[in-house]
Design a protein around this ligand. Structure first.
Ligand SMILES: [Zn+2]
Length: 108
């Protein structure tokens, strides 16, 4: 379901869609499977805050807009954001990647 198209879904959203489609899968199975997919690199985890985690079917490097009002994540191609001034990395480490999350809200 997550891999049908490029999308960002929470575990609860996936569970809800599975249930709507008639599946009787347990919540624990959904969470455990997503954790396994993430560990294997099949999905990319995005933590927008300590209580909200999304699973991204697109695993190549890219950035995101996060709309705090709608809870929606939107992709930003990697080449549209340049990051300068990256500090010296901690000793013994190498850079794995830089992800930018731009938080937006509806204009009031
Ligand atoms: Zn994405």
């Amino acid at each position: 379901m997550l891999f049908e198209r490029p999308q960002h879904l929470s575990a609860d959203q996936i569970l809800e869609r599975l249930r709507t489609a008639g599946s009787r899968v347990s919540k624990a199975t959904v969470y455990n499977t997503l954790r396994l997919f993430s560990q294997c690199g099949l999905v990319h985890e995005i933590n927008v805050d300590p209580t909200r985690k999304f699973y991204d079917s697109t695993t190549h490097p890219h950035h995101h807009f996060y709309n705090a009002d709608t809870g929606e994540l939107t992709d930003i191609p990697a080449d549209q954001i340049g990051v300068s001034g990256v500090p010296e990395l901690p000793p013994g480490t190498e850079q794995q990647g830089i992800e930018v999350l731009i938080r937006v809200r509806e204009r009031r």
